[in-house]
Design a protein around this ligand. Structure first.
Ligand code: URA
Length: 350
């Protein structure tokens, strides 16, 4: 892409971009990597209101495909919007990928063809691939807003202290729990109590640790117990409490763009999917959250409770959660040893 975008009028620039994307999509590519100046210029153009242009902007619509080309050096990602995200107000360049089509160099801008307007919301989506520092900065801003948490605090059913997230924002794996408990509230970190210690063991069995993944909670505040008798008592957040916080998890996911999300337990699964989840039936099944593969699994607290009923039941339930995590490892392309595949298969003696 040209590195001197300021000389371009937004409309021809966007047409050029549309044509370029068309060529790339035809060539089977879905991700475009851009230099920093081009990225800034594009952001500037996207910020412009249609009324400030002589004509309305063009949206490129493409059929979703698996990316076949990955650039080694990633600076910026422009995601080609899917057809359903195309705005009614905007002319659309329809791209129908063909099996083998030559790549169109950016200098040879092909004629763009407009097709009738479609029903649907939303402006063009431009996803910016961030560096780790940029992600940390963006997450700090989300954390600050979560701390204010007007909607959550207005409910009056959550405690004061906010517990945000922990881990590596560059991780391909994000785990989402329901809400902090007593220990998390004390240490200001998700999953540091008994459930967290089991989670750490499961991560270790995967060859990971909490510093290498990103761990967050749907609800950022410990749910208060009724009658003010909190003590060390914990409870699951209600649907209203999760709804008051879900925007922050959504933003975290948008910043991190993990390759896989794991929802720990029914409550977190329900918070993400926005519907009732029968976790013992639905665990182990792939869902998607905003296009990202989402694995539903059992909550470590549930596994701890199952273990209290005896080693056979405890092991059987752990095996189920472990199978879900093996599926996650497979999905992430992590090598799985025979030993790992066999974990929790042996039936312990009662
Ligand atoms: N359970 C959760 O869901 N989250 C925590 O942070 C701790 C326990």
């Amino acid at each position: 892409m040209a590195d001197e975008p300021t000389v371009l009028h937004p409309l021809p620039a966007l047409l050029t971009l549309a044509a370029y994307l068309e060529g790339r999509v035809r060539a089977g590519q879905q991700r475009i990597w851009m230099s920093e100046p081009a990225r800034q210029a594009l952001k500037e153009m996207i910020r412009m209101k249609p009324g400030r242009m002589e004509m309305r902007p063009v949206v490129v619509a493409s059929v979703a495909r698996e990316p076949v080309v990955e650039a080694a050096k990633v600076e910026t990602e422009v995601e080609v919007p899917k057809p359903e995200t195309v705005s009614k107000e905007m002319p659309v360049v329809e791209i129908v990928p063909e099996s083998v089509v030559p790549v169109v160099p950016v200098e040879e801008v092909p004629k763009v063809e407009t097709v009738p307007e479609r029903e649907a919301p939303v402006m063009p989506v431009v996803l910016v691939e961030r560096t780790r520092e940029e992600k940390e900065e963006a997450l700090a801003a989300v954390k600050a807003r979560a701390e204010v948490g007007e909607r959550a605090r207005a409910l009056g059913t959550l405690r004061e202290t906010m517990v945000f997230a922990v881990g590596n924002p560059d991780s391909p794996l994000m785990l989402v729990g329901e809400a902090p408990g007593a220990e998390e509230e004390k240490q200001l970190e998700p999953f540091v109590g008994p459930a967290g210690q089991l989670l750490d063991k499961m991560l270790a069995a995967m060859g990971l640790d909490r510093g290498g993944v990103y761990i967050s909670n749907l609800c950022k505040f410990r749910p208060a117990m009724s009658g003010g008798a909190q003590g060390t008592g914990n409870r699951a957040p209600t649907a209203a409490e999760m709804a008051a916080c879900v925007e922050f998890v959504r933003e975290e996911i948008a910043i991190i763009r993990p390759r896989v999300i794991v929802a720990l337990g029914a409550t977190a699964s329900e918070g993400l999917l926005g519907r009732k989840v029968a976790i013992t039936r639905e665990r182990g099944q792939w869902q998607t959250f905003e296009g990202i593969p989402l694995m539903l699994t059992l909550h470590p607290s549930y596994l701890l409770r199952a273990a209290q009923e005896g080693p056979v039941r405890g092991n059987a339930e752990k095996r189920k959660a472990w199978e879900d995590l093996l599926a996650v490892m497979d999905r992430l392309g992590m090598p799985v040893s025979e030993k790992q595949r066999g974990f929790f298969r042996k039936v312990p003696r009662e």
